[in-house]
Ligand binder design. Structure first.
Ligand code: MN
Length: 455
C-alpha cells in the first residue's frame, strides 16, 4: 500500500467517455480492405467527424477504431483547452514535460507472441486504395532510442505487410528517427523499434510534436496527460512503450537492407512511391486481450491532416503573433492539404500584411499559398475567403511569388524539393470606398419565426 497510483487513462477509457455526438458504433459487417476506407472517404467529404468504431470486421475478432482526430473540437477537448488558449497550452506541454515511469508489467503484455507465433496478418491491417502496394498500418507510432544519447523519439511512419514477421517502412520525412537509423547504420547495427498501434489519443498526439532531437516525446505525453506515462520494457528489445497500449510490434530496422515499399495513398490525395525502402523485422507482437486496432484514415482526410498539423500550428501561431500583433487567427483549409494557410488581420502598419505572409512561409516551410483577409471574413469558410479574393484583390498588385524555395516533395507539382511561394493580400485596399452589404440583426430577429418554420 502507499505510493500506489491510479493507472493512466487508456484508449478504452477515452472511448467509453465519448458521447453519441462524438462516437458512432458500426455493427454491420465490413471487410477491412477498401470498404472501411470507402466509407471513411465518403463521410470525410461531408465533414462527418465522429469517431468510428467498427465492431464487426469480416474474418477478424478485433474491432477497428478510426477518425479519432477528425474533429478539431475533439482534439481541443483531449488537450483540455479552447481554440483561444490552444497554442499556449500545447507549447506549455512541450516546455513543462513530465518524465515517464517504468512499471514492471502492464495490460499490453497480456498476450506476447514470439518466433513462430508471430503473424502480423492476424491483425486487421487494411488495404486502403487499389494503387497501394499492399496492406498498411497508418497509425503506427514508432519508438526508438538514439544510439548515441539514448534519448527516445516517437514518430509516425507508414508500415506495409511483407511477410508474417516483416514489414516495409518509410522514413521519407527524414527527421529524428532517420538520424537514429543513420547512427545505427554507422555502427553496422540494426535499430530496435517498438510500433505502438493504439494508445490514449494524447500519446498519439504527442508523437506529432516537432521539438528538438533532445526531447523525449513520452515526456510531452506526460505533460498532456498531467501525470507520468507508465511504460513497460520490451520483451525482445531495449525500448519501452505504454503499459496500456493496445498492440505493440517489437523488432528491428535492418541495416543496409532495402526493399521496395509503396506506392501508398498519401495525405496529398495522390499515390506516391517516395520511400526510404527500409525493412522492419518483427521479433514479438504484444497486445492486450481483445485489443482495439487503431487506424488513421488514409488519404487527404481530416483525421490524417489534423493529426499531422496540431503541434506545428501551435508553434506557427505563437511565433506569428509575437512578431505581427495585428494578426487575429490562422486556418489551414482542408482542401489545401496543409499546404495552404489563411490569416485574418486587423488594419496595421503599412506593409504588415506582406510581412505576415512572408513570416508564415518562414515558420512553415511546407506552405505554398498564404492568403491574408480582413477580420470580417470567416477564415474557416472557404467561399467567404474566395469572395474576399473576388472583391478585394487585384492580381497585378496584391500577389507576390517567390520561386524555387524549399517545399514539400509530396506535392506532385513541386520539382527537386523546390516550389514557388505565393502570397496574396486580399485585405481591403486602403483607399476603398466600397460599402459592404450587411443585414441588420433587428431585421433578422423579425423574420426568425418564418425562418425557423422553413427549416
Ligand atoms: Mn523527436
Amino acid at each position: 500500500m502507499g505510493g500506489e497510483t491510479m493507472p493512466n487513462l487508456d484508449l478504452r477509457d477515452y472511448i467509453s467517455q465519448l458521447s453519441n455526438d462524438d462516437l458512432v458504433v458500426i455493427n454491420e459487417p465490413v471487410t477491412r480492405d477498401y470498404d472501411i476506407t470507402a466509407l471513411c472517404m465518403e463521410l470525410d467529404k461531408k465533414n462527418y467527424d465522429k469517431v468510428l468504431l467498427f465492431k464487426n470486421i469480416k474474418d477478424y475478432d478485433m474491432p477497428i477504431v478510426t477518425n479519432l482526430f477528425a474533429s478539431r473540437e475533439r482534439i481541443l477537448q483531449m488537450i483540455g483547452c479552447t481554440e483561444k488558449d490552444f497554442s499556449k497550452k500545447w507549447l506549455k506541454a512541450e516546455e513543462n514535460r513530465i518524465k515517464p515511469l517504468v512499471v514492471p508489467t502492464g495490460p499490453v503484455h497480456e498476450i506476447v507472441q514470439r518466433d513462430m507465433e508471430i503473424n502480423v496478418c492476424d491483425l486487421p491491417i487494411m488495404r486502403h486504395f487499389e494503387t497501394d502496394a499492399g496492406r498498411y498500418v497508418t497509425s503506427g507510432v514508432v519508438v526508438a532510442k538514439d544510439p548515441e544519447t539514448g534519448i527516445r523519439n516517437l514518430s509516425f511512419h507508414r508500415l506495409m505487410i511483407k511477410a508474417n514477421n516483416k514489414m516495409g517502412i518509410s522514413l521519407h520525412s527524414r527527421q529524428h528517427l532517420w538520424n537514429y537509423l543513420n547512427a545505427a547504420q554507422e555502427r553496422k547495427m540494426p535499430l530496435e523499434i517498438a510500433v505502438i498501434i493504439g494508445a490514449h489519443p494524447l500519446v498519439i498526439l504527442a508523437a506529432s510534436a516537432k521539438t528538438s532531437i533532445e526531447v523525449d516525446e513520452y515526456d510531452i505525453a506526460g505533460a498532456l496527460l498531467g501525470e507520468p506515462l507508465e511504460l513497460v520494457k520490451g520483451k525482445t528489445i531495449d525500448v519501452e512503450y505504454p503499459a496500456n497500449a493496445e498492440i505493440v510490434l517489437e523488432g528491428r530496422i535492418l541495416p543496409d537492407i532495402f526493399e521496395d515499399e509503396g506506392p501508398f495513398g498519401e495525405y496529398t490525395g495522390y499515390s506516391t512511391s517516395r520511400s526510404t525502402r527500409n525493412v522492419f523485422e518483427i521479433s514479438a507482437i504484444c497486445h492486450r486481450q481483445n485489443p482495439y486496432y487503431v487506424s488513421i484514415v488514409a488519404g487527404p482526410s481530416a483525421d490524417h491532416l489534423n493529426l499531422m498539423r496540431v503541434a506545428k500550428e501551435a508553434l506557427v501561431w505563437e511565433r506569428l503573433k509575437e512578431r505581427i500583433p495585428t494578426v487575429r487567427r490562422i486556418h489551414y483549409p482542408k482542401s489545401g492539404v496543409n499546404f495552404h494557410c489563411i490569416v485574418s488581420m486587423a488594419p496595421g502598419a503599412v506593409g504588415a500584411v506582406r510581412q505576415a505572409l512572408m513570416l508564415l512561409f518562414g515558420l512553415d516551410p511546407y506552405l505554398k499559398l498564404v492568403i491574408a483577409v480582413d477580420e470580417d471574413i470567416d477564415i474557416t469558410d472557404e467561399s467567404a475567403v474566395m469572395w474576399a479574393l473576388a472583391t478585394r484583390m487585384q492580381g497585378d498588385q496584391d500577389i507576390f511569388i517567390v520561386p524555387k524555395v524549399f517545399t514539400n516533395r509530396l506535392d506532385p507539382s513541386s520539382s527537386e524539393g523546390m516550389g514557388a511561394k505565393v502570397g496574396i493580400d486580399a485585405t481591403t485596399p486602403p483607399n476603398s470606398d466600397a460599402i459592404k452589404l450587411e443585414v441588420n440583426p433587428l431585421h433578422l430577429e423579425q423574420i426568425s419565426a418564418i425562418l425557423n418554420d422553413m427549416k
